[in-house]
Design a protein around this ligand. Structure first.
Ligand SMILES: O=C(O)c1ccc[n+]([C@@H]2O[C@H](COP(=O)([O-])O)[C@@H](O)[C@H]2O)c1
Ligand SMILES: Cc1cc2nc[nH]c2cc1C
Length: 365
C-alpha cells in the first residue's frame, strides 16, 4: 500500500494552474491584493486539476496518538499516562481541538496508533461510526495500535521497519477513509507525551541542522531538562546515523508511531490530490518524511501555523512553506491548523464567488 501510494503522488496540473492565475487577474480587486491567498488558490487549483478547485470543506482532523520509550530519559515533565487520558478527553469533546473543531465545523477522528497499554485504555471508548455519515458527528476513535509505544531511541531503534511501515499504512488508510466520507481537506493532529523529542530528531535527520537549533521546550521543560533533551537527540543520531534517503529507516530509528502515521496521512492525501493542512512540529517532521518518500507530496501541503518549536521553522523552511498563522501556539492536537482552515477555504471560495471586471461592469485601471 505504501509503494502504491507513493507512486500515485503527482505534480500540479499546469493547465489548472494557468487558468487559476488568469482568473485571479480578472476578479474585481487590484491584482495581487489578496497576497499569499492568491498563490494558495492557484496551487490548490493545480492540486485538484480543476479551476476553480472545490472549496476545501468540510475539514477532517485526525489526531494520531502514541507513546514514546524515550520518556524514560526524562525529556518531558508530564507523566506518560497523559497521552491516554487526553485521548479520552478528545473523545469526550473536552480538549482545545474539540472547541476549534466545533468552531470550524470539522470532524474529529482520534487514532490510537501507539498509545501505551495500561489500565486507562481498557475502559476506552468503543469505535464510533464514520463522521459525516448518518449517525456520525461526534469524535470517533479508531483503534489501530501498532505497538504499545516506541522503544527508547537512545538505546535501540524506536521501531522495526515493519512497525514503521504498519504505522505509515494506518495513516494512509485514515486519509482514504476521511476523503471517502466527504472531507475536502485533511488536518493533522497529534498527541503523545514526549513526542517533541522524536520530532526534533526527525527534523535534524532530514534538514541536517544541529539538534540544538531544532530542539524546543515542548510542553515547557526547564533548563536542565532542555539540555538533556538536546543530548538525547545527539546520542540517538550518533547511534543510528539515519540516512535521509531511506525515510522508513529514519522513522524506525528515531521516529514515533504518530509521526509515521502522520507521514502516511500526508501521502494518502497527496495521492488523492487533496490538501493536507499541517499543524505543529510533529506534523512538520512527518511532512519531511512524506516528502522524502514522494517529493511531489509537497504540493498538497499547507502550513496552518508556525509552532513555537524551533524545529517547526527549520522544517517549514526546508519544505518551502510559509505558515498562515504565527500566534506562538505550542499545543499540537491540530489546533493551529484548524484555526487556519477558514483562511484556506476563503482563498478558494474567492475563485467561485467573486465577480470579474467584465461580468460586474467595473472599469479596469
Ligand atoms: O506541535 C507543537 O507546536 C507542540 C509543541 C509542544 C508540545 N506539543 C504537544 O505536547 C506533547 C509533547 O510535548 P513534550 O514536551 O512532552 O515532548 C504532544 O502531545 C504534542 O502534541 C506540541
Ligand atoms: C494537558 C496536555 C494536552 C495536550 N495536547 C497536546 N499535547 C498535550 C500535552 C498535555 C500535557
Amino acid at each position: 500500500m505504501l509503494e502504491q501510494t507513493v507512486a500515485a503522488v503527482a505534480p500540479l496540473d499546469e493547465a489548472a494552474v494557468a487558468a487559476a492565475r488568469a482568473l485571479q487577474d480578472r476578479l474585481t480587486k487590484p491584482a495581487g491584493s489578496l497576497g499569499a491567498l492568491e498563490e494558495l488558490s492557484v496551487r490548490l487549483a493545480g492540486l485538484a486539476g480543476a479551476c476553480p478547485p472545490p472549496v476545501p470543506e468540510p475539514a477532517a482532523v485526525a489526531i494520531f496518538a502514541g507513546d514514546h520509550g524515550v520518556h524514560a530519559q526524562g525529556v518531558t515533565p508530564w507523566p506518560q499516562e497523559v497521552t491516554a487520558q487526553m485521548v479520552t478527553n478528545f473523545l469526550a469533546g473536552g480538549a482545545v481541538v474539540n472547541a476549534f473543531a466545533r468552531q470550524t465545523g470539522a470532524t474529529v477522528t482520534v487514532v490510537d496508533v501507539g498509545v501505551r497499554k495500561g489500565p486507562l485504555l481498557s475502559h476506552s471508548v468503543e469505535e464510533g461510526p464514520l463522521p459525516n455519515t448518518p449517525g456520525g458527528g461526534g469524535p470517533r476513535l479508531v483503534s489501530a495500535n501498532v505497538r504499545s509505544g516506541t522503544r527508547d531511541l537512545t538505546v535501540e531503534p524506536a521501531l522495526t521497519r515493519e512497525e514503521a511501515r504498519d504505522a505509515v499504512e494506518v495513516g494512509i488508510r485514515i486519509a482514504h477513509e476521511l476523503l471517502d466520507a466527504g472531507a475536502g481537506i485533511l488536518v493533522t493532529g497529534d498527541m503523545g507525551i514526549g513526542n517533541t523529542t522524536p520530532a526534533a530528531a526527525l527534523i535534524a535527520a532530514f534538514t541536517g541542522v544541529d539538534p540544538a537549533e531544532v530542539t524546543g521546550r515542548g510542553t515547557g521543560v526547564d533548563d536542565p531538562t532542555y539540555a538533556r533533551k538536546i543530548e538525547v537527540i545527539r546520542t540517538a543520531l550518533a547511534r543510528h546515523r539515519p540516512d535521509p534517503a531511506d525515510p522508513l529507516g529514519v522513522l524506525a530509528a528515531v521516529g514515533g508511531l504518530e509521526h509515521a502515521a502522520l507521514a502516511g496521512f500526508v501521502l494518502g492525501g497527496a495521492a488523492r490530490r487533496a490538501p493536507v493542512l499541517l499543524d505543529g512540529v510533529s506534523a512538520v517532521a512527518a511532512a519531511l518524511v512524506a516528502v522524502a518518500f514522494a517529493p511531489d507530496a509537497a504540493y498538497a501541503l499547507v502550513a496552518g501555523h508556525r509552532s513555537a518549536e524551533p524545529g517547526a521553522t527549520a522544517g517549514l523552511e526546508r519544505l518551502g512553506l510559509t505558515p498562515i498563522l504565527d500566534l506562538g501556539l505550542r499545543l499540537g492536537e491540530g489546533t493551529g491548523a484548524l484555526l487556519a482552515f477558514p483562511v484556506v477555504a476563503g482563498a478558494v471560495r474567492v475563485l467561485h464567488e467573486v465577480a470579474t471586471f467584465d461580468s460586474a461592469g467595473v472599469s479596469e485601471k
